[in-house]
Design a protein around this ligand. Structure first.
Ligand SMILES: Nc1ncnc2c1ncn2[C@@H]1O[C@H](COP(=O)(O)OP(=O)(O)OP(=O)(O)O)[C@@H](O)[C@H]1O
Length: 334
């Protein structure tokens, strides 16, 4: 398959199902890297000895084919240091498979939330990861041949290279928008609890600003080493907790104990400040990714005072929702 991407043509290969089956040792449990709402991921070795990650979409998923084509078409056209690279795909009947470059460090969650590995993420590494994710999103929103809203940003979808360079993965939910299009609506709200902007969960409205919201949550998680949804203290999640600390003028209480005392307080405070600007309730108050990146890279640019953050508790949803796993949220609105 050859798909034009701006001036560059991107080649992705179609593999036979047998090749993929052999590469993954018949999708063996020992090769399984993980799985979520849309499919399972296995490590594989191609006949040319290249290590790959093979994503097999769930067969019975009614959205399978659509999501599959979406991911192939979208990812094949994207080329950036902070986006995972697609190598090929395979289709056999109902089986739909995507083949990606393999990243040996797997995803950010394996480091961030594991007490034995958190220490490997010193502040400099965390700051570099934040910058890389931001550059990846900026490329999607503005610099790539297409304007793309990812809609599925979360630590589990941030893969890490050996040098800890982050790469955004999982484009099953990605949406290509017209360059002048600002907001879209969907009747099928899907994503991960804790990362979805309130207007997306409540009204099905998504835009680049809903990705900005997810970026803000990611930054708070990277700074604190805690998951937004699992961190509940007296009814607070990470976003509301960070906001309260900010208001009480003690934002640094948020910082992960694994890096206690080992960070530049000014830079960390600025990151928390920027994250709170990203998670503001009203999407029009959230700056675009270009402005966010300018804020991150300049120490002199003045930052607005963040307004109250937005968040949404799925249990209060007025319409039927389906949780495919504890955190995976799909909401078909009628
Ligand atoms: N290219 C890759 N290289 C190495 N590991 C990968 C790669 N792609 C995915 N993985 C690992 O497989 C796991 C499962 O991937 P998957 O895309 O199903 O993500 P998920 O976030 O767990 O699920 P979902 O996105 O469907 O909710 C990831 O968390 C990651 O650790």
């Amino acid at each position: 398959m050859k798909i034009a991407a701006g001036v560059t043509a991107v080649r992705i290969r179609k593999y036979s199902f047998e090749t993929i089956k052999t590469a993954t040792d018949t999708f063996s449990e020992s090769n399984k890297l993980g799985g979520g709402g849309f499919g399972e991921v296995f490590k594989g070795v191609l006949p040319d000895k290249r290590e790959v990650a093979v994503k097999m979409l769930f067969r019975r998923s009614t959205q399978g084919e659509k999501e599959f084509k979406n991911e192939v078409v979208v990812v094949a056209r994207l080329q950036h240091k902070n986006l995972v690279r697609i190598i090929g795909f395979s289709v056999k009947g109902d089986e739909k498979i995507l083949v990606y470059e393999f990243l040996p460090n797997k995803s950010l969650n394996f480091f961030l939330f594991d007490p034995t590995k958190q220490g490997q993420l010193d502040w400099t590494t965390r700051y570099t990861i934040i910058g890389g994710i931001g550059r990846g999103i900026l490329y999607l929103h503005q610099d790539s041949p297409l304007k793309i809203i990812h809609r599925y940003l979360k630590v589990d979808n941030i893969l890490l290279e050996n040098d800890m360079n982050p790469k955004i993965a999982d484009f099953v939910m990605a949406k290509i928008c017209g360059m002048d299009q600002t907001t879209e609506n969907t009747s099928r709200v899907a994503g991960t609890e804790g990362y979805m902007a309130p207007e997306y969960m409540e009204l099905g409205q998504f835009s680049v600003k809903s990705d900005v919201y997810s970026f803000g949550v990611l930054v708070l998680e990277i700074v604190s080493g805690r998951r937004n949804k699992s961190f509940l203290s007296s009814g607070l999640n990470l976003v509301t907790y960070a906001w309260r600390l900010w208001r009480d003028k003690s934002p640094l209480d948020l910082v992960d104990r694994a890096i206690a005392g080992n960070y530049p307080s000014g830079e960390v405070t600025r990151c928390i400040h920027i994250a709170l600007i990203c998670v503001q309730k009203d999407p029009t108050d959230r700056p675009d990714m270009w402005t966010i990146m300018s804020m991150l890279t300049s120490n002199t640019m003045s930052l607005p005072v963040p307004k109250q953050p937005g968040y949404f508790i799925p249990n209060t949803t007025p319409y039927q929702s389906t949780l495919r796993s504890s955190s995976h949220f799909i909401n078909d609105r009628t």
